[in-house]
Design a protein around this ligand. Structure first.
Ligand code: PEP
Length: 255
């Protein structure tokens, strides 16, 4: 089974609308001759920059995503954004359960589960983040933690919907720290994640599931990471904020 490489940039709380326009125009030019047959590429700007990104990337091969979604259709949820609002903006993807949301904003496996269901309801493709902390890895708890995040995060999510889902395995200790899991270490964990999904949904669904690696992926290491059997791309923070580094990272991984 050959899975398509998928690389998405998570811009986090970076880039005003004006900066978004500049970066998207640079990306559009850089990726002009990049065949979408090589890899799916997306950027996920802050909510306030989504409209600008959609407009600036029209006619390019670069898709746009959001960084969060609320589970309710509408209502008294000050500061939140619904699936209908995101869908109307013309985006395709939404990141769910990023470790920064889990760490700073009280995200749990249960709220991740509700957000996945909302994304699917509005025909948005969820990029669901899972990963262990340094303490959990050093305490040999990695598999236990990931298994729980998967089991609880995907409770009642139907096998038929899994084709729309991407998993981003992001060891928390590797995010924004410059520390990357070695390709072998990441591959071992990706294989475990795929097996866990196989136990839940069967081998066919698990084999088709795109599992990105995230955590200090950059142009220098993207090739070796994505060359691993169960690593199908990346969710990129810091290196996605400049057109040159994002392009080089994608090109090294996918060309
Ligand atoms: C992320 O936060 O999703 C991420 C992978 O960040 P960085 O690439 O900067 O480690």
């Amino acid at each position: 089974m050959s899975r398509k490489i998928f690389i998405a940039g998570n811009w986090k709380m970076n880039k005003t609308a004006a900066e978004t326009k500049e970066l998207c125009e640079a990306l559009k030019a850089k990726f002009a001759s990049f065949c979408p047959c090589k890899a799916e590429v997306a950027v996920c700007p802050p909510f306030t920059s989504i409209a600008t990104a959609v407009e600036a990337l029209k006619g390019s091969n670069i898709k746009v995503g959001a960084q969060n979604i609320h589970w309710a259709d509408n209502g008294a949820f000050t500061g939140e954004i619904s699936g209908a609002m995101l869908k109307e903006m013309g985006i395709e993807y939404v990141i769910i359960g990023h470790s920064e949301r889990r760490q700073y904003f009280g995200e749990t496996d249960e709220t991740v589960n509700k957000r996945i269901a909302a994304a699917l309801k509005y025909d948005l493709k969820p990029i669901v983040c899972i990963g262990e902390t340094l303490e959990e890895r050093e305490g040999n708890k990695t598999e236990e933690v990931l298994a729980k995040q998967i089991k609880d995060g995907f409770a009642n999510i139907a096998a038929a919907d899994m084709a729309k889902v991407t998993i981003a395995y992001e060891p928390v200790w590797a995010i924004g720290t410059g520390k990357t899991a070695t390709p072998d270490m990441a591959e071992e964990t990706h294989a475990f994640i795929r097996k866990t999904f196989a136990d839940l949904y069967g081998a066919e669904v698990a084999e088709a599931l795109v599992i990105q690696y995230g955590g200090s992926m950059k142009p220098e290491n993207s090739k070796d990471l994505v060359a691993q059997k169960d690593i199908d791309g990346g969710l990129i923070g810091g290196a996605a904020l400049k057109a040159d580094s994002f392009y080089d990272l994608v090109a090294n991984a996918a060309l």
